[in-house]
Design a protein around this ligand. Structure first.
Ligand code: GSH
Length: 210
């Protein structure tokens, strides 16, 4: 069995965040496919055994069972010694962006994508329009931040970048956003992440059923 086991599924950008971290670090890890669309995360057994919050990703390592991608990334930075903050100030700055990501950046972008392309039936057009506007506002913040720097914090790639990269590599047909046209600094930043040794796209890194 691999040292790190990541419960995930291909469509889950929240799972892609730690999957990408593990891949970039060359860690000994394996994905464990979760049948999200079949309702596995809603089953009592899954919630009791893995995550009472009913969410992917879940990481198993060294007797620990961890959830919340931000916590998992922070844990991996500590145990793998890569992509973390160099001092307390940098670590705080990283957390500031991870929290922004979880509250505004990933959450609106991912929910917009889900209602736009994955939900059956598709989402209400008014709700999708609302989410599109909220996503755009959050993306403008990062795009402006990246206008004068290559990476979000500290002049090098950190878990803050990996957190916000969760959904940017999914196809435009799913996300409904042409990042290159709308947010050029984010697109260039995504290109820099994709150029890191070990990078793979979400559907190549994680298994999926659909
Ligand atoms: N803040 C959480 C969000 C996790 C999350 O929403 N995961 C989705 C899959 S991408 C999920 O499992 N959702 C199930 C649900 O909301 O019921 C994290 O970053 O891990």
């Amino acid at each position: 069995m691999a040292a790190f086991r990541l419960h995930c599924f291909g469509q889950s950008g929240n799972s892609y965040k730690p999957a990408l971290m593990l891949a970039l670090c060359g860690a000994d890890w394996e994905p464990v496919l979760v049948d999200y669309f079949g309702g596995e995360t809603r089953q009592a057994g899954w919630r009791d055994g893995l995550n009472e919050m009913g969410e992917c990703p879940v990481l198993e390592h060294d007797g620990r069972t961890l959830s919340q991608s931000g916590v998992i990334l922070d844990y991996l930075a500590e145990v793998l010694g890569q992509f973390g903050g160099r001092d307390a100030d940098e670590k705080r700055e990283i957390w500031r962006w991870v929290l922004f990501d979880n509250h505004k950046f990933t959450s609106y972008f991912a929910t917009h994508r889900f209602l736009n392309a994955l939900a059956e039936p598709r989402g209400n057009p008014d709700v999708i329009a609302f989410l599109r506007a909220r996503t755009t506002a959050a993306f403008k913040v990062l795009d402006q931040h990246l206008a004068t720097r290559a990476w979000t914090v500290g002049g090098r790639p950190t878990i803050a970048d990996l957190s916000m990269a969760g959904y940017v590599f999914y196809p435009e047909a799913e996300t409904g956003f042409d990042l290159r046209a709308e947010f050029p600094n984010i697109a260039a930043w995504a290109d820099r992440i994709a150029a890191l040794p070990g990078w793979q796209a979400p559907y190549d890194l994680m298994p999926s059923q659909r």
